[in-house]
Design a protein around this ligand. Structure first.
Ligand code: NAD
Ligand code: 4TP
Length: 349
């Protein structure tokens, strides 16, 4: 555990204000304040109101962006969590989306990136956004993953979710070859070179950000039964197998392609550090079924550490009032970011 004086600083973007993001951000930051300097990015008045309704004992400290730009992140003790005001455009009605707030939500991400680059923050943790609301606000947005890649000028990133199937079990990690795109576009998006790059990023980040010396990666096919020798699709033969050969030639322990429907068995997973699935709904339903509430979403390949929760905005819970949302995934996202900070520092020694 980190001592109070050496606690890493983590920026938490508090997410869609009509959803559960602000509540789980405050609860998790408050619960973990002894281990981590959490800085919440969002509308300060709205966060203060939410915090007072959760628990009047919660203490927030206001930080100004200008002060950070002038002098970096000031030291503040474990009795408070910090807030940087990023004002919303419109009044918040829990459970009701308002595109007038869309651009302010992106501004929290931009500020988190600025702070990570400037060294104010050791990592970024993001609460959920409603992707459609950002688009309704007039900004094309398919997810944090793609947004952070674009804003950091990173050509290729990888979405990976991880979680303990039972508390205390080793984590199941599932990475995706493609992220948020229509299913009809998936096959064309998977290329030999691209897939080899994805495998390389998983390998490198598991080493440097997770401390795994020789990562073992199991790769699924795209088609039913991994293409059934070409009778149910040729992507395994034409694309996935050559990409695996390329990765292995680079010294990476990557195996497959395996049929996705039977790969998720203990006897295979026990020998794996990560499963690489070809698309979102091939890999994530398995992971979320097995770990929902304990899972974490991690963006690999970025020049910074970013984690997030394994769930969305849960507008239904927000509309019903505070106290319904489970903040386990948010706490785990913060914990994972802390582990990654430590592992990355150790790999740089
Ligand atoms: N990290 C992110 O920004 C992120 C992640 C996933 C989904 N989303 C977005 O969230 C929006 C809503 O997505 P959805 O409805 O498919 O999924 P959702 O996760 O918001 O809700 C699915 C179900 O899970 C429940 N649930 C979610 N989080 C919970 C929690 N912390 N505690 C208890 N129950 C919880 C909800 O009540 C609902 O029944 C979409 O716009 C989606 O793109 C964002
Ligand atoms: N694909 C993620 C999930 O299902 O949990 C989620 O949509 C969040 O993605 P971003 O982190 O890219 O916003």
């Amino acid at each position: 555990m980190h001592q109070a004086s050496t606690r890493p600083a983590i920026a938490i973007t508090t997410g869609e204000p009509a959803g559960i993001g602000p509540e789980i951000s405050i609860r998790a930051a408050w619960a973990m304040r002894a281990q981590v300097n959490c800085v919440l990015l969002g509308d300060a008045a709205f966060l203060a109101l939410t915090a007072s309704l959760i628990d009047p004992a919660i203490e927030l400290a206001a930080l100004s962006v200008q002060a950070l730009r002038n002098g970096g992140l000031p030291h503040f003790g474990p009795s408070r969590i910090a807030v940087i005001d990023v004002p919303l455009g419109a009044h918040v009605v829990p459970g009701v989306l308002d595109p007038a707030n869309g651009r302010a939500l992106l501004a929290t991400l931009d500020l988190a990136l600025e702070g990570a680059r400037a060294g104010w923050f050791d990592a970024i943790v993001t609460a959920p956004l409603q992707k459609s609301t950002i688009n309704d606000a007039g900004v094309a947005f398919s997810g944090h993953t793609e947004y952070l890649a674009e804003k950091t000028g990173t050509a290729q990133v990888v979405m990976m979710l991880a979680g303990e199937t039972e508390p205390g079990n080793p984590p199941l990690r599932v990475a995706l070859a493609t992220t948020h795109l229509p299913l009809k576009d998936v096959a064309a998006a998977i290329t030999r070179e691209g897939l080899a790059r994805v495998i390389g990023i998983i390998h490198d980040d598991l080493k440097t950000k997770f401390g795994i010396a020789a990562p073992r990666i199991l790769v699924t096919g795209l088609n039913p039964h991994a293409g059934e020798n070409g009778y149910l699709g040729r992507e395994e033969i034409d694309t996935i197998t050559p990409a695996l050969e390329q990765a292995r030639a680079n010294g990476i322990d990557a195996r497959g392609p395996y049929p996705a429907d039977t790969l998720f068995q203990h006897k295979y997973l026990i020998d794996a550090d990560c499963v690489l699935a070809m698309y979102h709904d091939q890999g994530l339903p398995v992971l979320k079924y097995a770990t929902f509430g304990r899972g974490v979403n991690i963006t690999l390949g970025l020049p910074l550490i970013r984690t997030s929760v394994d769930h969305g905005t849960a507008l239904d819970l927000a509309a019903a009032g505070l106290g319904r949302a489970d903040c386990g995934s948010m706490e785990q996202a913060i914990r994972t970011a802390l582990h990654m900070v430590d592992a990355q520092r150790a790999s740089q020694l």
